[in-house]
Design a protein around this ligand. Structure first.
Ligand code: ADP
Ligand code: MG
Length: 259
């Protein structure tokens, strides 16, 4: 670890732009007379190629944070820079363009379009990309092959198991080759076998240089990440390196250092 640190020149570090930089992000929801403070001043930077797990009790602001990172929701105050771009400066068109090019989303409930084929679902993000039909088909097929679904291209999502649906959803998320994968409890509806399949795919994606940010409430899922950020009550309460105990069958995620 010391050697790895010495190899990194401080100059290089200073010039590397984090993928995600959020500063003092606050998100409040006003419902009638009630104000819910979902995020109460969250600051976070995530470097290119990191694999980060976000944990925290229900209602702690995980999904709100994820929606903010994915430009699906705007902060009430504070700043978010994605790849160095302050997203508050972008209009709705630029934002959706940014989402399409840079971010792949994976949700707990898969969010596939029912009754159309796996292939058609994965082609959807490319419909506005100005590609020919055959180019779309080719890319979608490659993405489905990459998640082990190459033999089920024509299956409707209602004909697939939960684990298979999530793999199709991941193929849809990666078909545009985004640098950032955001996943909100991607294994929350899956059995342990399918959970392992999905985690192996995320590990591959991260291994090929993509940044992965994954919400989970399971310690053994978080143990696959390199870094663990804990939220409580709309704030970051811990942020550290994940140490997976290799001698433990469970491989629980632990914090090496806390803030
Ligand atoms: P988590 O994903 O950690 O369970 P959320 O980010 O979904 O937490 O929610 C954080 C808080 O914000 C909760 O109190 C929740 O009820 C509230 N909240 C989330 N989304 C909305 C919304 N669209 N309108 C009002 N309150 C919301
Ligand atoms: Mg949530």
């Amino acid at each position: 670890m010391m050697a790895a640190r010495a190899d990194r020149s401080p100059t290089t570090e200073r010039h590397e732009r984090p993928v995600i930089e959020i500063d003092e992000v606050v998100r409040t929801y006003v419902i009638g007379q009630t104000t819910v403070r979902a995020l109460r001043g969250v600051s976070l930077r995530i470097e290119r190629g990191e694999y980060v797990a976000i944990m925290g009790p229900s209602g702690s602001g995980k999904s709100t944070l994820m929606n903010t990172l994915g430009c699906l929701d705007a902060p009430t105050s504070g700043r978010y820079r994605l790849d160095g771009v302050d997203v508050a400066m972008l209009d709705e068109d630029d934002l959706s363009d940014l989402r399409n090019r840079k971010i792949g989303f994976v949700f707990q409930g898969f969010n596939l379009v029912p009754r159309i084929s796996a292939l058609a679902n994965v082609e959807l993000p490319m419909v506005y990309a100005g590609l020919t039909r055959s180019a779309r088909r080719h890319r979608a097929t490659r993405a489905l092959e990459a998640v082990g679904m190459g033999r089920r291209l024509d299956h409707g999502s209602n004909e697939l198991s939960g684990g298979q649906q999530q793999r199709v959803a991941i193929a849809r998320a990666i078909v545009t080759n985004p640098a950032l994968i955001l996943a909100d409890e991607p294994t929350g509806n899956l059995d342990s076998r399918s959970t392992e399949d999905v985690l192996a795919i995320f590990e591959d994606l991260n291994g090929s240089g993509r940044t992965v940010v994954m919400i989970t409430h399971e310690d053994d899922v978080a143990a696959h990440a390199d870094r663990l950020v804990r939220l409580a009550d709309g704030r970051v309460v811990a942020d550290g390196t994940v140490i997976a105990e290799s001698d433990s069958a469970i491989g629980r995620a632990r914090l090496a250092r806390s803030v």
